[in-house]
Design a protein around this ligand. Structure first.
Ligand code: FUC
Length: 811
């Protein structure tokens, strides 16, 4: 209560000051439904404190500084590597692997696992030269004059509109700075305001850690000659464009960042030396900056280059000028809110609502805070909207945000859990459009992936391994002990299946999803080996764990899954009968799953699991989640065995590992246990070094592996959805795993497979009303506890049920 009063005074200040601010006061709601991340001091650390903005193409982390504001910038395609680095780059593929495959298989069959791994290291690994890494674009700095004696400081990110606000009072002047990144106009827009005339005096600078100078340009004209530096320049003639043209030393990738003063009521001039110029803004009370960036990367196999990035930037800036601030904001809000507002989630009141986000995070372990749970869910949806939009690459290990030229794991696309986990939230989060970059990425990977399947595994179809990059790297990694995982492609292809299940888009199914899935299934038809009437993956490796084996169960579960998905989709398309018959026969022969000596679900065909093993990967539970081969309803014994395995693994691990475990427990129908994992996931961390066992969450609510890795944000949000609604078994299961901490609540617009949107209201843990929108007119099968109902639906109608699942209204 005392805390709330302290913050209340700052709320009043902000309320008064909000007449200057389009986004209004930050949401200091008392009911725990606060949809802002907010803090009372500027960020010191990029990773754990700065706040993210993005539109899928451009990203920024905002620090909220007083003397110096920093926007660390990203352009999602700025990557080292590819043919520019290695002219012989062949997507990592080396030849000759397939000739050694039988030998390695024999070694595994003979139990000589060490030698098998050693041989695989020699022959079943990829070429690292040209793999590359995601690069930070640079920073935009604003250096302010005349700041001091600061009070009423606030910085926050409002998830309801995607706007970041910094406000404070300094030497009697109130300052507000609002920033957003618009998808429709591809611009970052920053508006600065002061409530005293002429109080805004600052420099604007662009920097880059890579090769390339910053220089001033007349509006799409030539560089300003040295002798004209420092002169006052005319704003309306657009002589106020700061450009950073760069080129990566590693591969010659070209990029350009452009910042422009869109409006100001003071003066702008140019400062600095030739090729390291900056803009100086003086005597203003309101300034609007626009910024865009692009590279010459083109998402097109085999060269991945050739975009007219400078031409595109010119068009974007010209459009920004033509459109003007008000319409830029309106366009952003229409686009952003159009996606974000589809889902509303309330999980009950929070006593601690009204505290800053970091304070709440530290109280979470001792005090239930359903408002923070809901915030975590909505933040993941915000991060998805900000990091995965049509027209660029999918969200990588860090979404779009990276401040390094050497980021952890290259900030790439790992496909033995991480990239897939990123996209678990799109369906339930009602954001299927955000799948588009992933779908296009998968489609393009298929081309080099066919070579990988043939050259290493002597198989048809397509394969990817542990990780991929934007230049079509599909080969195994360069060390067998982590790099071998040909199931990456089939696992990725599952996302095409789920995209269809949520959208029911038949055109997408026939022309995009099915052909890719069929090829992924073809790989497994070829690669599995028949032994004693059973099909076995040989050689196989449970992600980053154990030996090269005969029958790592994850391979078998992924093969079962891709076969099942392909069969189901072929039936919907009424096509490929012969192929379907082949898949059905093969699926029936896949070995396992097996229950081992401790009652556990076996990770390998050999019964060698250790009850003490805390490894972060829980690959052998794929069949439980994201798969559907195991469930407490259809296969209770296997579900019990999965429980035993989960107990062995414990509740710790990396951030993403904890997030996955929320999903597992939700699928097992144990809401309180899933909620316990939420607590483990929300382990508060200030800053942390690389660690495989100490995952948690930073003050900016970024998931910590550690270090920062975004998969856990998306994975935990998907877990929250799994606790409320599941739809992977051919019916919609309401409250399959509701934790007692969420006894009161409501949801609106959660996506469900079959093309449905689910809305629920509940009290004392009991659903009082369920409204289900049918978007595709499919049969609706719903289950709530022991009650079920099944009705045929018409597209566009809403079906309203009471707590006993009686249909009470059709709207
Ligand atoms: C997987 C995990 C690691 C890390 C990396 C990016 O390989 O085993 O923990 O998340 O991806």
């Amino acid at each position: 209560m005392i805390k709330r009063q302290i913050y209340f005074s700052s709320a009043i200040f902000l309320l008064l000051f909000s007449c200057m601010s389009f986004s209004g006061e930050p949401k200091f709601s008392e009911d725990g439904r606060d949809l802002s991340l907010w803090y009372t001091a500027p960020a010191k650390y990029w990773e754990s404190e700065a706040l993210p903005l993005g539109n899928g193409k451009i990203g920024a982390m905002v620090f909220g500084g007083i003397q110096r504001e920093q926007y660390t910038l990203n352009e999602k395609t700025l990557w080292e590597g590819g043919k520019g680095e290695n002219p012989d780059y062949n997507f990592g593929n080396k030849s000759g692997g397939k000739d050694q495959l039988e030998n390695i298989r024999s070694l595994v069959r003979d139990g000589d696992y060490t030698k098998a791994m050693a041989e695989a290291n020699k022959h079943l690994t990829g070429d690292p030269l040209g793999y590359g890494a995601y690069q930070v674009l640079g920073d935009m700095f604003l250096e302010f004059e005349g700041q001091g004696g600061v009070s009423n400081y606030y910085r926050g990110l409002d998830l309801t509109n995607g706007v970041h606000t910094v406000s404070y009072k300094s030497r009697g002047v109130n300052y507000v700075r609002e920033s957003f990144i618009s998808y429709p106009d591809n611009l970052m827009v920053v508006r600065l305001k002061a409530d005293r005339a002429g109080a805004l005096n600052f420099s604007l600078n662009l920097t880059s850690p890579t090769q390339g100078p910053s220089y001033y340009e007349g509006y799409f004209g030539k560089k300003l000659p040295a002798e004209k530096q420092g002169r006052k320049i005319e704003v309306n003639g657009f002589h106020d464009l700061l450009v950073l043209d760069g080129i990566l030393n590693n591969n010659g990738m070209k990029f350009q960042t452009v910042a422009k003063i869109l409006n100001l009521d003071g003066e702008v001039s140019v400062g600095g030396e030739v090729n390291s110029q900056y803009l100086e803004i003086a005597d203003s009370s309101e300034v609007v900056i626009i910024l865009t960036a692009a590279t010459d990367y083109l998402h097109q196999y085999p060269d991945y280059t050739g975009r007219d990035y400078r031409g595109d930037n010119s068009k974007v800036i010209q459009n920004g000028v033509d459109v003007g601030y008000k319409a830029l904001l309106d366009n952003h809000l229409a686009d952003y809110e159009g996606l974000f507002d589809r889902v509303d989630l309330s999980l009950g009141n929070s006593e601690v609502a009204g505290y800053p986000t970091d304070v709440r995070l530290h109280m979470y372990q001792d005090k239930a805070d359903p408002g923070l749970d809901a915030l975590i869910f909505q933040y993941a949806r915000y991060l998805m909207i900000s990091s995965s939009r049509a027209g660029s690459l999918p969200a990588n290990l860090q979404g779009i945000w990276n401040n390094s030229t050497n980021p952890p794991w290259s900030a790439d696309y790992h496909t033995n859990i991480n990239l897939q986990m990123n996209y678990w939230i799109t369906g339930p989060g009602n954001l299927s459009e955000c799948d588009i970059p992933l779908i296009e990425f998968i489609d393009e990977l298929r081309k080099p992936g066919r070579d990988t399947a043939r050259e290493y595994y002597n198989s048809g179809g397509w394969a990817t391994n542990t990780m991929v990059n934007p230049f079509g790297f599909t080969a195994p990694g360069w060390m067998a002990s982590w790099g071998h995982f040909p199931a990456g492609a089939a696992w990725l292809s599952r996302h095409l299946y789920t995209h269809f299940m949520y959208t029911q888009d038949m055109d997408f199914l026939a022309n995009t999803a099915y052909p890719i899935i069929k090829e992924a299934a073809t790989f497994w038809l070829d690669y599995l080996v028949e032994e004693d009437g059973k099909l076995v993956s040989l050689t196989s490796y449970s992600p980053e764990h154990g030996e090269f084996e005969r029958g790592a169960m994850m391979d078998h579960m992924i093969a079962w899954d891709i076969f099942s998905n392909c069969i189901e989709l072929a039936k919907i398309l009424s096509s490929d009968e012969e192929f379907v018959a082949q898949l059905v026969a093969a699926r029936d022969k896949i070995a396992g799953p097996f229950i081992g000596q401790h009652g556990q679900l076996q990770e390998w065909m050999r019964d060698i699991d250790s009850p003490l093993d805390k490894h972060r990967h829980v690959s052998h539970l794929y069949a439980l989640h994201p798969g559907r081969q195991i469930s407490p309803i259809t296969t209770p014994e296997f579900a019990d065995a999965a429980k035993v395995s989960l107990e062995f693994r414990g509740d710790g691990g990396t951030g993403w590992s904890r997030a996955w475990k929320i999903n597992f427990w939700a699928r097992l129908g144990d809401g309180d246990r899933a909620y316990k994992l939420m607590k483990s996931f929300l382990n508060p961390l200030k800053k942390a070094k690389m660690n495989y066992g100490a995952g948690g969450i930073y003050h900016n609510l970024f998931c910590s592996h550690p270090p920062f890795q975004i998969d856990g944000n998306f994975g935990a949000a998907a877990g929250i959805a799994e606790m409320l609604v599941q739809s992977h078994m051919g019916f919609i299961n309401l409250h399959p795993a509701l934790p007692s901490a969420w006894a009161e609540g409501s949801i609106r617009g959660i996506g469900a497979k079959g093309g449905f949107e689910v809305s629920l209201d509940w009290r004392d843990g009991q659903i009082e009303r369920a409204e289900i929108l049918s978007k595709a007119g499919k049969q609706l099968n719903i289950v709530y506890g022991d009650t079920e109902n099944s009705i045929s639906t018409s597209a566009g109608k809403v079906y309203v049920f009471d707590g006993a699942l009686r249909l009470v209204e059709i709207k």
